[in-house]
Design a protein around this ligand. Structure first.
Ligand code: DO4
Ligand code: MG
Length: 290
């Protein structure tokens, strides 16, 4: 089952079940203490609760009569890094001084984990993701994102974009927070696929395309099976000595890095498809230096 937050043409926001041709709106007022998407995701039985909450008065809403919103409420967004060989090689190329750190973290027990975004820095489908004006080398990072409940369980998946300034990160590893964490630095959506059994990692492909002026300027793909770490293992490191009363969203690292000569430009369109979950499309915005 897939769940989403949607905006209707009359301005109403709803939580909904995503079906083949549209969405079925939910009436959250039927159950005490269920006010938002994350309350359903963090419940003991998200699929059962969502089915119970279907608003039987309302017919399904077709996709052309709604917009998907980022599937985040109050969660912190975190990210893992250097979890795919391609990322390890790319980081070692971009950083002369810190190459050995990336090499070591790829094989170490403890993964690289960093704070990625607060909800106000997250962009939903079709909202612009940002390239910093002080970066001349930035890329999208297409990543499987895990929805983690306050009781530290994997409850769902969405599509994530860990926007990254490679020049700032490469100049000095201590600049990582500035390379990763800024306004509009993270894309999430369009919906959450509930975790209802083990993910078929081989079959879960991640496809990144970037368009400029209507032409495709980059395409890359990988599969989640290429990731060197387990999903539950990443969560176990995230929650070690940590509490997430509002839950967390954990991006799991990128396995696709465009060639070194590529940088995103203002008005590029980034599209990230993850098999079985959906496609997250965002335009890019980059302001000129003030
Ligand atoms: O170490 C830098 C960040 C790595 C990252 O974001 C990734 O591998 O996806
Ligand atoms: Mg990343």
């Amino acid at each position: 089952m897939k769940l989403a937050k949607v905006l209707l043409s009359n301005g109403e926001r709803h939580v909904a079940i995503v079906e083949a041709n549209g969405v079925q709106l939910l009436d959250l007022s039927q159950v005490d203490n269920i006010h938002r998407l994350s309350d359903i995701l963090h419940s003991a039985d998200p699929a059962g609760l969502a089915k119970f909450l279907i608003d039987k008065e309302l017919p399904p809403v077709p996709f052309n009569q709604l917009e998907f919103l980022a599937p985040v409420d109050y969660q912190e967004v975190w990210a893992a890094g250097v979890t795919y060989k391609r990322s390890q090689v790319a980081r070692m190329e971009e950083s002369e001084t810190a190459a050995s750190h990336y090499d070591q973290v790829y094989t170490a027990d403890r993964p690289e984990l960093f704070f990625k975004a607060t909800p106000n820095r997250v962009c939903g489908p079709n909202q612009p993701v940002r390239v910093r004006f002080d970066s001349q080398w930035s890329v999208p990072e297409p990543e499987l994102a895990l929805i983690v409940s306050p009781d530290q369980k994997l409850v769902g998946y969405t599509v994530g974009n860990d926007m990254s300034a490679r020049d700032i990160e490469g100049e000095n590893p201590l600049y990582l927070p500035q390379a990763k964490f800024y306004k509009q630095c993270c894309g999430l959506g369009p919906c959450v696929l509930l975790h209802e059994g083990p993910l078929d990692r081989d079959a879960t492909r991640i496809i990144l395309t970037i368009e400029r002026d209507g032409e495709e300027v980059f395409r890359g793909d990988t599969s989640v099976a290429e990731m060197a770490r387990g999903l539950e293992d990443l969560i176990s490191w995230l929650v070690k000595e940590n509490d997430f009363p509002s839950g967390a969203i954990l991006l799991t690292g990128t396995g696709i890095v465009p060639p070194d000569e590529f940088t995103l430009e203002d008005r590029d369109i980034v599209s990230i498809e993850i098999t079985g979950i959906g496609t997250l499309i965002n335009p890019v915005v980059k302001d000129s230096a003030p």
